[in-house]
Ligand binder design. Structure first.
Ligand code: UGC
Ligand code: NI
Length: 168
């Protein structure tokens, strides 16, 4: 079983797969008579296909034990998909490049507390993967016509390991 070791989530490292959603390092400006900071336009929402519309949902995800057995990745051909944690806890973001319609070697990013991601349209990714405890996420993705889910099952699962133990 091929081992994938987690790496820290950074904007540069994640750029081929989407954007990092975070207050840290983001431009912002005051609104509401100076009572509110607006961290503006943090990610690129992509909506394709017929009758496309944005959807806002909340996902309550069960935690996954580590090391993780990764048997499948998926992608959404008609839209991006953003996950922002409603509690400042790390979670796992697994993505993979596309090689002629099938996923290449996956990468596993471990978020810092307060980081979320927007996975670009048609990008291979693992499903929402909370760690340690049940976690709620605000999700922005695409509604509309057509099948917006393509799954790929690996012949042999990967084993995803934490670079450093984060939960004691
Ligand atoms: N199926 C669904 O809504 N969620 C997945 O797309 C996921 O990436 O978790
Ligand atoms: Ni998805």
């Amino acid at each position: 079983m091929t081992i994938i070791t987690t790496e820290p989530l950074t904007r540069d490292a994640f750029a081929p797969f989407g954007q990092v959603i975070s207050i840290e390092g983001s431009a912002h400006y005051l609104i509401n008579s100076g009572k509110t900071e607006r961290y503006n336009d943090l990610a690129k929402v992509e909506l394709g296909g017929a009758h496309a519309r944005p959807m806002i949902s909340i996902f309550r995800g069960q935690p996954y034990a580590m090391p993780l057995e990764l048997g499948m990745v998926e992608r959404h051909p008609f839209g991006s998909q953003a996950f922002f944690p409603l509690a400042p806890r790390p979670f796992l973001v697994i993505v993979a490049p596309d090689h002629g319609g099938t996923p290449g070697m996956p990468r596993a990013f471990l978020t810092a507390p307060g980081q979320g991601v927007n996975i670009a349209m048609n990008t291979w990714h693992g499903v929402l993967t909370p760690l340690d405890e049940v976690s709620d996420f605000l999700v922005v993705d695409r509604g509309g016509d057509g099948n917006n889910l393509e799954e790929y099952f690996f012949e042999t699962p990967y084993r995803v390991e934490l670079a450093n133990p984060i939960f004691t």
